[in-house]
Design a binder for this molecule. Structure first.
Ligand code: CLF
Ligand code: SF4
Length: 495
């Protein structure tokens, strides 16, 4: 293992101390591009790993360290989804299609440079609407062209419904866009007709099954074209109970057969207040356990992404945090110049921390496999603010990352969003009830600190919470917990 760093990454979510970063980088004597390679999964080509190792969506492991930002330059859309209403905006609302301000390509350039100068974790620029990035193509292309000139090492990423995608695949390849997401919710137009009321294609509107069939054919064509060009394609699917939940098993088969790199099944977000068709007609989303059960059934098919946070179309920061409100247009300088120093220094630090983390993870996973027993599965929720460590106060957590420890090792299986319990020094019982409800099925909560009162209430709800593993790597903590748990009561393991 490496020597401890001069700074810890447990403060990733805080403003970065550049002096400390630079000093830590200089003390390392290790090049970021090579060190990161120690984290490569055994079953992945070195070339593919090189392309995803800093992408927080394409690599679960990278999402502990690297951030994405979206620029909302593409407001026009060519289809209607029953789960979307782009008129609704709330700064606290995190879901696709929601933005606080739309940008021109020049404004987007200013914003990306300002963020890159302030947020050294930034590695990916995505265009994910708020409409469709391929339909609103002129603005998407103009934005990517500008940013690629100023920040050549930033990864360009795009998300689309797929209808206009085949028209732009060659340009995407020429522009070095290496990561494309297509939202595919069905491969059966009869099911598609229950999700999409209409599409706009070849200068006219199409409705019902006919519309869904065209969309389906364009999505499959787009995916095949991307695969043929070696572009890493992720499929997002919205799980809509009673509409396409069972059907997503078929979708997974189809996209795997056509070379999809990842399949990300996300829960439907549905609330009457959002004014969407599903929200207004009472269509519910899945529970966290229903989502997990479907994802578990999909294991063995196209590789799953389980750490999606269903970002806004103007999200900024690590997945699960949103710093967008710090970078609204009125706060940006008129003239910006990119300074690569902070991002370069940060990468040096991450490269070292990451090698250490991977070694710790491997040893924890081996310990779990060694002590695993028949049926010995433990679901653990972790309060973390990044860096792969147990480093968040229970009361400050806005989400918990969920890991499953079993004979298969230690696997990230999702996250649970919560309202933070600690509201400026005092806890709210009603909020805590909501947190407990969100932790359905969880056996143990790991956090950096927890008060007696919430700890007792969690215990009464059958959930053990402990700060015993504060600042440990997540897997190290879970490995120790697992080894101590089986054969003894959880309460003894955390005593
Ligand atoms: Fe953005 Fe999407 Fe690129 Fe990521 S998000 S365009 S691939 S950079 Fe990521 Fe956000 Fe989930 Fe999307 S967590 S909603 S999967
Ligand atoms: Fe909304 Fe995206 Fe669907 Fe268009 S493709 S209707 S922006 S969710």
């Amino acid at each position: 293992m490496n020597q401890p760093l001069m700074i810890s990454l447990d403060s990733l979510a805080q403003p970065i101390d550049f002096e400390a970063l630079e000093a830590a980088a200089k003390s390392g004597g290790c090049a970021s591009s090579s060190c990161g390679s120690s984290a490569k999964p055994d079953d992945m080509d070195a070339d593919v790993w090189e392309r995803i190792k800093d992408h927080p969506c394409y690599s679960e492991e990278a999402h502990h360290y690297f951030a994405r930002m979206h620029v909302a330059v593409a407001p026009a859309c060519n289809i209607q989804c029953h789960y979307c209403n782009r008129k609704y905006d709330c700064a606290n609302e995190s879901r696709p299609g929601v933005v606080s301000e739309k940008l021109t390509p020049d404004q987007a350039r200013r914003k990306v440079i300002a963020v890159a100068n302030e947020v050294p974790q930034l590695s990916v620029l995505g265009i994910a609407g708020p409409g469709d990035a391929c339909y609103d193509w002129t603005k998407t292309r103009a934005t990517f062209d500008r940013i690629a000139k100023d920040i050549p090492d930033i990864k360009l990423c795009i998300s689309t419904n797929g209808l206009a995608l085949p028209d732009h695949v060659d340009e995407l390849a020429a522009m070095n866009v290496d990561h494309v997401t297509i939202t595919i919710n069905m491969v059966d137009p009869e099911i598609g007709a229950k999700i999409y009321p209409w599409i706009f294609y070849q200068h006219r509107r199409w409705h019902g099954v006919e519309a869904a069939r065209i969309l389906h054919e364009r999505q499959m064509l787009g995916l095949e074209m991307l695969t043929a060009r070696g572009i890493l394609t992720k499929i997002n699917s919205v799980m809509i109970p009673g509409i396409n939940d069972e059907h997503l098993i078929e979708v997974n088969r189809w996209v795997k057969a056509r070379g999809a790199f990842l399949h990300n099944v996300m829960p439907l977000i549905s609330d009457p207040a959002h004014g969407t068709h599903y929200g207004l007609t009472g269509q519910r989303g899945p529970t966290a356990m229903e989502l997990k059960a479907l994802q578990d059934r999909l294991e063995g098919g196209a590789k799953l992404m389980r750490h999606c946070r269903q970002c806004r179309a103007d999200a900024v920061g690590l997945l699960g945090e949103d710093r967008g409100q710090e970078f609204t247009l009125d706060q940006l300088p008129e003239a910006v110049a990119y300074d690569p120093a902070k991002r370069a220094a940060y990468r040096e630090v991450v490269a070292r921390e990451r090698g250490d983390h991977v070694a710790a993870k491997q040893s924890a996973v081996a310990a779990v496999k060694d002590s695993a027993q028949e049926g010995g599965t433990l679901l653990v929720a972790v309060a973390t603010k990044g860096g792969g460590r147990v480093n968040e106060h229970f009361g400050h957590a806005r989400e918990f990352q969920v890991y499953e420890a079993s004979a298969k090792g230690i696997v990230f299986v999702g996250h649970r969003k919560v309202d933070n319990y600690c509201m400026g020094g005092f806890g709210e019982d009603a909020t805590l009830d909501g947190v407990i409800a969100a932790l359905e099925g969880i056996a143990v909560v790991l956090c950096a600190k927890i008060g007696d009162c919430p700890q007792d209430m969690l215990t009464a709800a059958g959930i053990t919470a402990t700060d015993r593993y504060a600042l440990d790597y997540i897997e190290t903590a879970i490995g120790a917990l697992y080894a101590a748990t089986f054969g003894r009561a959880i309460e003894q393991a955390v005593a």
